[in-house]
Design a protein. Structure first.
Length: 474
């Protein structure tokens, strides 16, 4: 815990010393305060990872401290200590922003377990670096690092969800502007009638609702880097104004009378073929050449298989394994392991949703997995298992009952999807249904007869339901 610091706020000297000694004996760095006022002063001087605070204290009590911290340090977790049986105190503390509470008196094990559950897990020094394991990705980042040392405008092309902003941030972080602002604007997410004001800024009274002046994204990025995310979604009329700003290197706020000189490096991303957009008139040709000085193509995940497993492991590390929600549940492991079969399953998928889809799959895997090990059974990808074109309802009764679809036709009459892989999946589903019928609807006996675990059977049945097959076990 070298990079973590816990603050203990307690007016009872003996109890405070006992808590501090216990934490320090467990290699946790601690600073201490006797009340809320002293705690606020220390927070301004130290980079604290967690606050452990009493409720009833002189000058500034625990609730007042919580409210002050919510304003100045909203992301800093606070663990409240409350008197035994004071449930109302605990509820009030949680409502005021506490992450958790401990009832006094508490044991050494309770103290250490609760504190460690809410401390951030230290990451490797290179954990903030982009994932680049596939040879194609390594070459791309090598090229990006070279262009980062210049001030050239860069166009990053790639499918939605591939992580184009990650590449843009990498370029900024490796440039001479890395200590200056990196400002990103999503051209697809902002309404057309607001885009100009957000991009270029506006003066007070420039239009209805403009109650005060606002700097635009270009001004905010001055000296640094501006990312125009999904530039292809920008309206053609606004493209002309953007082109002028890029050419003149100055901007004029809406309703303003003076020009503002700019020193901004512009990066842009698109998930479309901009040459086709130029041909159909939806994107200006002159703006295309102004932005496309140095084009970089960010390949989809299916074309860089070597990145899939490292990305999955990074997602588990960065986003979910140490999340506040997971910690609150008290049963989520502090780290996760992908077994070999799970890794093969991930690599085999085509990932039409790219990294966003991988992110979703890993979230589901954490829910399904147990013991900190993610197996193949925990990799639930409904998109891989759509063997039927029409939804069907299968009734599985006692031995000898008919297995049919909603319209009464036998299962084999359901239109099969084309392709060998989907045909095999359809046959797998048919075998499961036939075995369920033979075993009178018993899932335990069906799993045993098929030579799979009950959990695997439940997983496959869930995938069938995702495909539109609804089971009624009589």
């Amino acid at each position: 815990m070298q990079n973590t610091l816990v603050m203990v706020v307690e007016d009872d000297v003996n109890l405070r010393e006992a808590i501090v000694d216990t934490l320090e004996m467990d290699d946790i760095s601690v600073i201490e305060a006797s009340d809320g006022e002293e705690a606020l002063a220390l927070l301004r001087q130290n980079n604290v990872s967690l606050v452990v605070s009493d409720v009833n204290m002189p000058r500034l009590d625990g609730y007042q401290l919580l409210r002050r911290m919510a304003t100045e340090w909203p992301e800093l977790p606070v663990l409240i200590m409350t008197a035994y049986g004071s449930i109302s105190n605990a509820v009030e503390a949680i409502q005021n922003g506490a992450i958790d509470y401990m009832e006094k008196p508490f044991s050494t094990q309770t103290l250490l377990g609760t504190v460690r559950r809410h401390l951030p897990v230290e990451k490797p020094e290179n954990s903030n670096d982009p994932v680049a394991a596939d040879p194609e990705t390594v070459r791309l980042f090598q090229l990006a690092k070279k262009v980062a040392s210049t001030d050239s405008t860069v166009m990053i092309m790639g499918e939605s969800g591939t992580g184009k902003e990650v590449l843009a941030r990498f370029i900024h972080n490796n440039s001479s502007r890395s200590d200056k602002p990196f400002i990103a604007i999503n051209c697809a997410a902002i309404p057309e009638n607001m885009m100009e004001a957000i991009l270029f800024g506006h003066e007070k009274g420039a239009f209805t609702g403009a109650h005060q002046s606002h700097a635009g994204k270009f001004e905010l990025a001055n000296g640094g880097t501006l990312l125009l995310d999904e530039i292809s979604e920008m309206d053609v009329s606004l493209q002309a104004k953007l082109l002028r700003v890029l050419q003149e290197r100055e901007v004029e706020r809406i309703g303003g009378k003076k020009t503002i000189s700019l020193d901004v490096r512009v990066l842009a991303t698109t998930n479309r073929n901009l040459k086709e957009s130029v041909e159909d008139g939806s994107f200006r040709e002159d703006l295309f050449y102004r932005l496309n000085v140095f084009p970089l193509r960010w390949k989809p995940l299916r074309e860089r298989k070597g990145d899939i497993v490292p990305l999955a492991e990074r997602i588990l590390l960065d986003k979910y394994s140490v999340s506040t929600a997971a910690s609150k549940n008290g049963h989520m492991p502090s780290s996760w392991l992908l077994d070999e079969a799970a890794q093969r399953r991930l690599i085999a998928h085509q990932w039409p949703g790219n990294i966003r889809e991988l992110d979703n799959v890993m979230q589901r895997a954490m829910i399904l997995a147990s013991g900190g090990v993610i197996t193949e059974e925990d990799i639930f990808i409904p998109e891989d298992d759509l063997p039927f074109q029409t939804a069907s309802k299968v009734s599985v009764g006692m031995a000898g009952a008919n297995v049919s679809t909603m319209d009464g036709a036998p299962l084999h009459a359901v239109p099969a999807a084309t392709g060998l892989g989907e045909d095999l999946k359809q046959r797998e589903f048919e075998v499961i249904i036939e075995t369920l019928k033979e075993e009178g609807g018993s899932k335990k006996n069906t799993a045993s007869k098929l030579g799979i675990s009950p959990r695997t059977l439940r997983y496959k049945l869930a995938r069938m339901r995702e495909s539109g097959i609804d089971f009624e076990v009589a």
